[in-house]
Design a protein around this ligand. Structure first.
Ligand code: PHE
Length: 464
């Protein structure tokens, strides 16, 4: 194994790694995005396709990314550099570091709304929201306020920086060990609340009775793209967390846990949200406003709504925080490993820089609302560039590197460390992984990527 000359921090335990990596995976993607894209794409049929994407592409790529990190014990740029002489591969790692900044810039804005909504819930601001319109107007009045929008984004960034500043074990691992159980408990409480409302069955039917005719080619691509975002793939977050892992731990079982928890939490969030949305007669296909505009109305209508609203936004903020720390950690590990910066300095300087990059996104809802790049606001541009270009392209190149460039014998030698039993007793698992990462992942991710940048549409047009 390639060792770093500086003593590198490691996770204190296997469960520490699993919780931190699940914390990275479970985020706004699960609680904010997944329910509304499922709502827009017809519910159960979409979820079915999503689960397949998670299993045949998500899981194999998680294994590949964690393996790259663990083998090299480096940040994404250093990881590629350690295994290949070509600068092109190091730049794939560099793309990950840039993606860290770009995702953080819009992620922190939505996470800031969530933080601000904890305060709004405590103040009881949602009490007189008897219809969605009032709630929409309220949301717009908050986000159009520069101080509110930038202020809560700043507060959220400061929390993120505080945890990363404290280090891998004392900050990220300890924070995840405290926050993840809280997250799961709150979510279970909310799910039980939703399921015990009268009319909850309709929400469950929406989630679990497939309407196949609502499923389009487009929804399949959305499902695959989301599988990437929700598992924090394609930008080196899993690689960076893997780089703090020891070779005694089993990557296969850890990855199964991460993917299982991420999927379970998305489904529970879906149940909690749709049972209450249907029970109170709200619109399930409200899009991105589902959480911030529809749910506050739901809370005024369910018994105990005051408490549940506080719990809900606390949950959303915790989920966002454990993901944001992984985004910042990718950047920090790069400056610490490659530029030999001290962690504390890297966090202060780069955290502040990430905040500055986020400001235009926060202003996209007010004073910069009319400033457009290619027809998109700063916020939408950052989201588009990260989710549609950097992540799928990164994921594609990472799986090609693992499957075709690194040398598969070496890959297997590394994967076997800590997983000897799987290799001896269930070799078919290893063969399946090999097939998925060699063929399925590159082909399917290429299709999503070509689609997201619009090339697929052009090609299809040629045939029509
Ligand atoms: N997985 C996170 C979510 O679902 C987002 C994320 C993407 C985090 C990429 C880190 C890296 O919200």
């Amino acid at each position: 194994m390639i060792q770093n000359s500086n003593a590198r921090e490691q996770w204190g335990s296997k469960i520490g790694f699993v919780l931190a990596a699940s914390g990275s995976a479970i985020g706004l993607g699960n609680i904010w995005k997944f329910p509304y894209i499922a709502g827009e794409n017809g519910g159960a049929a979409f979820i079915f396709v999503y689960l397949i994407c998670i299993a045949i592409i998500g899981l194999p790529v998680v294994v590949g990314e964690v393996l790259l990190g663990r083998t090299t014990q480096r940040n994404p740029v250093g990881a590629f550099r350690a295994l290949s002489k070509s600068k092109i591969w190091a730049s794939v790692g560099g793309m990950g570091v840039i993606a860290g900044f770009v995702i953080l810039s819009f992620y922190a804005v939505v996470a800031g709304w969530s933080t601000g909504y904890i305060i709004e819930s405590i103040r009881g601001s949602f009490f007189n929201f008897d219809e969605t319109l009032t709630s929409e107007v309220y949301f717009n009045s908050l986000t159009s306020n520069v101080y509110w929008n930038v202020g809560f984004m700043m507060l959220f960034m400061a929390l993120t920086m505080g945890i990363v500043y404290a280090g891998v074990q004392k900050g990220i691992e300890r924070g995840s060990k405290i926050m993840m159980p809280i997250l799961i408990v709150i979510l279970l409480i909310l799910m039980i609340r939703g399921m015990t409302l009268s009319g909850a069955e309709e929400g469950l039917a929406f989630l679990f009775n497939p309407e196949w005719d609502k499923l389009t080619g487009q929804s399949v691509l959305v499902a695959l793209g989301h599988a990437f975002f929700t598992l924090s793939l394609g930008m080196g977050a899993m690689m960076t967390y893997g780089s703090y892992m020891s070779s005694k731990d089993n990557i296969l079982s850890s990855s199964v846990w991460i993917v299982f928890l991420d999927t379970l939490i998305a489904l529970i969030a879906g149940i909690a949200i749709f049972t209450s949305v249907f029970a109170t007669g709200q619109n399930p296909a409200a899009g991105p406003g589902l959480i911030f505009q529809t749910l506050p109305v739901v809370f005024t209508k369910v018994p105990g709504g005051f408490i549940f609203s506080i719990l809900f936004f606390l949950l959303l903020t915790i989920a966002a925080l454990t993901s944001a720390i992984s985004l910042l950690e990718v950047v920090i590990s790069y400056f610490v490993d490659e530029k030999k910066w001290k962690r504390h300095r890297a966090v202060l300087v780069m955290g502040f820089f990430a905040f500055l990059i986020g400001v235009p996104s926060a202003l996209s809802f007010n004073i910069l609302a009319d400033v457009k790049l290619f027809g998109l606001t700063f916020f939408d541009t950052a989201d588009f560039v990260a989710s549609n270009i950097l992540l799928p392209l990164g994921g594609l190149l990472i799986s090609i590197f693992v499957a075709w460039v690194w040398g598969f014998d070496k890959v297997l030698v590394e994967l076997k460390k800590g997983a000897e039993k799987v290799f001896d007793e269930s070799p078919f698992i290893i063969n399946a992984w090999k097939m998925f990462i060699k063929y399925f992942a590159p082909v399917l991710i290429s299709i999503v990527f070509l689609h997201s940048i619009g090339v697929l549409g052009l090609i299809l047009d040629l045939f029509n």
